[in-house]
Design a protein around this ligand. Structure first.
Ligand code: AMP
Length: 108
């Protein structure tokens, strides 16, 4: 089973930030910033190429709530979704990284 499906179903523990019937936000196990959260839809989609516009629309509202809960909405944050081999995606279940809590090095 996909590791993030197992987390969504509670079969693998996670440090939860916010949960709804369709989405889950939890802390990354290997943080790359002072705050490093992951947001997933509970439904399995491999990556951004696969996800439906309606799920993305609902996930946008959920992610806006997550950054409020994290307290980084006004201080700022970076949101990243890696896709495929060249994008460096390791877990094939769409997820958005939210990196925050410090001044981040510029990527682009
Ligand atoms: P990506 O390279 O975009 O696929 O990112 C996968 C992310 O999932 C990495 O930042 C990992 O540290 C994180 N990760 C993998 N397994 C777990 C887990 N069990 N709990 C929390 N984060 C995880």
């Amino acid at each position: 089973m996909c590791v993030f499906c197992a987390i969504a179903e509670g079969k693998i523990p996670s440090k939860k930030i916010l949960e709804s019937d369709k989405f889950l936000a939890f802390y990354d196990i290997n943080p790359q910033a002072k705050v490093h959260a992951l947001v997933i839809p509970k439904e399995h989609f491999k990556d951004f190429n696969d996800v439906t516009p309606s799920v993305m629309a609902e996930m946008t509202t959920f992610m806006q709530e997550v950054v409020s809960v994290l307290g980084v909405k006004n201080s700022g944050y970076r949101m990243i979704t890696n896709i495929g081999v060249d994008g460096g995606q390791e877990v094939p279940h769409i997820h958005f990284h939210i990196l925050a809590g410090e001044k981040l090095g510029k990527l682009v």
